[in-house]
Design a protein around this ligand. Sequence first.
Ligand code: MN
Length: 130
Amino acid sequence: MKTTILYIEDNEQNLYLVTFLLNAKGYRVLQARDGREGIEMAGLHRPDLILLDIQLPGMDGYATAKHLRSNQAVADTPIVALTSYAMAGDREKAFEAGCTGYIEKPINPGTFLAQVEEHLKGRAFDGGAP
Ligand code: MN
């Protein structure tokens, strides 16, 4: 099975860019457009990693992370928050909510994959790409 990454994001341009970059490296990407959908998909598909936008409609990224952490299916799954470059306080709040790391927005296509793979390290893979 391919390494699966769940991306919870409401911005279509970011969804497109991140999905493109990850697919090009052989990752399977699941998209969710809000926190509730993301929580549901995480439980169903048990992704290897979750990318979580903080600014989401309805339930924000912090609340979403807390819900994810209370779900047995993904209790140990890395959750990487996507935070605004300018908002330093977001990072502490993201860690407090249960995130394991963060990547700053705007997404830099030149470094994004390396950043994601840093958070996948140490995970038990089942023969997934790459
Ligand atoms: Mn957003």
